[in-house]
Write a protein that binds this ligand. Structure first.
Ligand code: FAD
Length: 569
């Protein structure tokens, strides 16, 4: 028998019912929490019977991801429990090639990277979910069927049919069945070499604030080893091993112990977790299939060097959540969701390109690649000019929506590409705003915190604030105008932005700059474009949607308390 479980009433312009999030992994958890923060009801479905915290997988969480998690009340906790590291050291054979520290504009809330096991992150996110009445968690719900209608999605889970307005597929790497249901391809490569990962608990004084990468050490000749500090005196050691590597055999005859002792010496240790992985580079051809968005490992898989897997999945979650919320509240047209594919597919492609280049360096597939790797490493011993060519993984960074349909380019700030490792890029359209302390209506806060409450217009001195307010009042969405001179009297943020007199910086709900409007006439079209309104398909006023709209303090130059979602702060 098929029973029908209705969600919330089908009254919103985006279709009836809650949003279904398929997959309660970290990307699904984040998507659900962010949707709930925007006042959207969520059905969070997972095929597993319950959370089974196996191993640690992702350990390395990036600063901008911690900001996103902080918007749902988890970032500070994850950062405080994790290990902070700021220096990346790279070795070749028995010598150090170079070290660099990680740079960022402004005054960020969080360190560049925090190491913590994915298992612990998931537990912390679960606690936030348990405190969120809008999220209905259903374990033991495998989605085996999916049908789309004009106003919603029907999901088959065993003998149940669930209705949702939209769905976000966060079903992970093994979401083949779901991708097949959606008719999405998942082309790419799998790498032959494998990677042995051991999390070991031991005492390694001096190693706890730096990431170490060893090329061709005497104890793993011709291959590499990566070592990351983790909480609780634990270290993640990641060896590249041949495709026919046999962990059980190494454990049995003592070679695993020798392998570990070659690095840590005679000190006592305990293996907390161990596993052997083969890595993949794949991306789905479409990240929007009608009312279904694909996110996280379900949408893309990359080798973990550079920590771009979960970090980019969390950015997918945020991109999907604000756009779905804006559509469901009637603040933006459904066509805004097309920009989800445009932006996050481009992000996945960049991650694929970056990690594929890394894998070519780490696991050369041809004689020419082998020779190049060797030549670069040999040259890097004496020639610092070769250091940028030594590729141990470009660390995760937010994608810049420079070419997005939502971004208005600025001819006076042409995009010059990613800067070299360790250098801070200038701010501009498409990029994430630098974080900085701000004071809004007497309350101390952070720019990235208030940016996440809607669209933010930052008026530099001399800007036409009246024009900004008119532009802010027009769309149904929460759009707010703040004067930089009032929220940033010391000028720290203004300097980090590089804001010039007369400009209005338009910041999206995911803290990315949509435009820098230099004159009054440029503000309105840029605001409309940031919401996907320029192509027509108008949105409704707030309050009309079935989801509970949060009333914005739109158009206010004299700021009111943060207007947007009921964030856990
Ligand atoms: C060894 C290793 C190290 C890594 N290190 C890092 C790192 O340092 N930093 C980083 O950013 N990333 C890292 N990653 C990548 C990271 O672990 C993944 O990107 C992350 O787990 C993806 O999360 P997800 O929520 O998309 O998918 P998953 O965690 O796989 O969750 C998917 C969920 O969907 C459920 N599901 C599947 N199909 C269905 C269905 N049909 N119906 C209902 N539920 C379903 C599953 O049960 C599961 O709970 C690493 C990965 C590995 C393997």
């Amino acid at each position: 028998m098929t029973s029908v479980t209705p969600g919330t009433p089908r009254t919103g312009p985006g279709g009836g019912g809650p949003v279904a999030v398929i997959g309660n992994g970290p990307v699904g958890q984040t998507t659900a929490l962010l949707l709930a923060r925007w006042g959207i009801d969520v059905l969070l479905l997972d095929k597993r019977p319950a959370r089974d915290l196996v191993g640690s997988k992702a350990i390395c969480q990036q600063r901008d991801v911690l900001d996103i998690w902080e918007a749902v009340g988890a970032g500070r906790r994850i950062a405080d429990e994790g290990v902070t590291w700021t220096t990346a050291r790279t070795f070749y054979r028995d010598g150090e090639l170079f070290a660099y520290t990680l740079a960022e504009a402004g005054r960020p809330s969080f360190p560049p990277f925090v190491n913590i096991s994915q298992a612990r992150t998931e537990e912390i996110l679960d606690e936030r979910i348990a405190a969120e009445p809008r999220i209905d968690v259903r374990w033991d719900h495998e989605v085996t069927g999916l049908t789309q209608h004009a106003d919603g999605v029907e999901l088959t889970c065993g003998d149940r049919t669930l209705h949702a307005s939209y769905a976000v597929a966060c079903a992970g790497a093994r979401g083949d069945d779901l991708r097949a249901l959606l008719g999405v391809s998942f082309a790419g490569d799998s790498f032959d070499d494998r990677f042995l990962i051991c999390d070991i608990r031991t005492d390694l004084p001096g190693w706890s604030t730096e990431r170490r990468f060893y090329f061709d050490p005497a104890w793993n000749p011709g291959r590499q080893v990566l070592i990351h500090p983790c909480p609780g005196s634990t270290f993640r050691i990641d060896w590249q091993v041949p495709g026919d590597y046999d962990l059980a055999a190494e454990e049995a005859d003592g070679r695993l112990d020798e392998r570990i002792r070659a690095i840590i010496g005679d000190r006592p240790y305990e293996i907390v977790w161990k596993s052997v992985y083969r890595f993949h580079s794949r991306v789905a051809d479409r990240l929007r299939c009608g009312r279904v968005l694909l996110a996280g490992d379900c949408a893309h898989l990359v080798a973990p060097f550079g920590a771009r897997g979960l970090n980019s999945g969390v950015a997918d979650a945020e991109n999907a959540a604000w756009k779905l919320a804006f559509v469901l509240h009637g603040w933006a047209p459904p066509s805004l969701l097309d920009s989800y594919h445009a932006e996050r597919h481009a992000a996945a492609r960049e991650n694929l390109d970056v990690t594929s280049a890394t894998m070519r360096f780490l696991v050369p597939g041809t004689a020419a690649d082998h020779a190049r790797r060797r030549a670069v490493l040999d040259r890097a011993v004496t020639d610092p000019a070769a250091h940028p060519e030594v590729d141990s993984g470009r660390l995760a960074e937010p994608f810049w929506y420079v070419d997005s349909p939502l971004t208005t380019p600025d001819a006076s700030r042409p995009f010059a590409g990613r800067p070299p490792r360790g250098q801070v890029p200038p701010a501009g359209p498409g990029m994430i705003v630098p974080d900085s302390p701000v004071t809004v209506a007497g309350r101390q806060g952070r720019l990235r915190e208030i940016a996440r409450d809607g669209v933010l217009l930052l008026a530099a001195p001399g800007a036409d604030v009246a024009a900004a307010q008119r532009a802010a009042r027009e769309p149904a969405a929460p759009v707010r105008v703040l004067r930089l001179a009032e929220i940033d009297p010391a000028g720290e943020l203004t300097e980090a932005l590089g804001a010039r007199a007369g400009e209005v910086w338009i910041v999206r709900p995911d803290a990315h700059v949509a435009a820098v409007a230099a004159g009054a006439d440029a503000i309105r079209p840029a605001v409309r474009r940031s919401l996907g309104l320029s192509g027509g398909g108008g949105a409704r006023r707030p309050g009309a949607a079935g989801a509970s709209a949060r009333t914005p303090g739109a158009g206010s130059a004299a700021p009111t308390p943060p207007p947007g979602p009921a964030a856990a702060r």
